[in-house]
Design a protein. Structure first.
Length: 305
């Protein structure tokens, strides 16, 4: 059964696809006009789920003539997978590949005009997957977190030492098949969490709409994989036109790493915004960002052609 949800003027259909033998909950939003449509997959950030701001992007892009598939990664949100809140870049990239395959296999979608869009840590996945998908027509990333070592520096030595016992305990639990040990994803500056940058806690919660929830935890040893992962060396293998929307007041990672992705990509384009990591999701800035992204996607996905 498919459940139809209305998030605005365009209908969103609840769907799903398989990844690694498990089901990912997904949401499909197609333009009202007859297809086949150009289409994109949206990739969310660390610990985030579909409810956290993605409907505004689904509606905007679909109204502009671009089909949209959003989904929750395995182990998070409404998707299958245990343990819960197991966050692995490797697995998330596999989910993104599976989402592209599912979307491109639909009769109402033009498989020759597929793109990717990623926000925050989702940008890491988009760049890495785009480097492997030569058929992609376009990709967009915003407030990109693309270099784990740089993001880890915002935690600092004391913060890292504070998490070390939990990380070690969770690693042992994972090896022995016991329940995982969790730590908060985001917390106050100087607190016990993976992300403690000033403004991060309020910013994260600003993306959670009324009635939605945010599972603010991560299996502790997964943090090691996140801080050791980078998309910088993959950027040079991205052949699709790539728009990189950089927040010049980025508070979760030095913005120079985000801009470097555009420099290294063969067809990279960078746009700079006077924003921290979170203002880009909200008015008044979101309108300008969406206009820039939509113009880019319409050009390279051949909307209206």
């Amino acid at each position: 059964m498919m459940e139809v949800e209305m998030a605005g003027v365009v209908a969103t259909v609840r769907v799903g696809f398989e990844s690694g033998g498990q089901r990912c909950a997904a949401w499909l939003t197609l333009p009202a006009e007859p297809g086949p449509h150009p289409a994109i997959v949206l990739a969310h950030g660390l610990g985030a789920t579909h409810d956290m701001m993605l409907p505004q992007y689904e509606q905007h892009f679909a109204a502009a003539g671009i089909g949209v598939l959003s989904f929750d990664y395995r182990h998070t949100g409404m998707s299958d997978g245990v343990p819960r809140q197991h966050i692995s870049i490797r697995k998330q990239c596999r989910d993104l590949h599976a989402a592209l395959d599912w979307l491109g296999g639909r009769d109402d979608v033009d498989s020759g005009r597929l793109g990717l869009w990623g926000t925050s840590l989702g940008a890491m996945n988009v760049v890495r997957v785009a480097a492997e998908r030569v058929e992609l027509a376009a990709a967009v990333v915003q407030c990109p977190i693309v270099h784990g070592p740089a993001a880890a520096r915002t935690l600092g030595l004391v913060g890292a030492l504070r998490l070390t016992p939990a990380i070690a305990a969770d690693g042992l639990r994972a090896l022995s098949g016991r329940d995982r040990r969790y730590v908060p994803i985001v917390g106050r500056p100087g607190g016990f969490a993976l992300v403690t940058a000033p403004g991060a806690e309020a910013g994260w919660h600003s993306t959670v709409p009324p009635g939605a929830g945010f599972d603010n935890r991560i299996a502790a040893s997964d943090a090691l994989g996140l801080v050791a992962t980078s998309a910088l060396r993959h950027a040079s293998r991205v052949r699709a036109p790539l728009l990189v929307c950089v927040c010049d007041r980025e508070n979760l990672m030095s913005p120079r790493h985000a801009a470097l992705v555009a420099v290294r990509a063969a067809k990279g384009v960078v746009r700079h915004y006077d924003s921290d990591h979170f203002a880009i999701y909200h008015p008044p800035l979101v309108s300008q960002v969406l206009a820039d992204q939509t113009g880019f996607l319409k050009e390279y996905l051949g909307v209206g052609k």
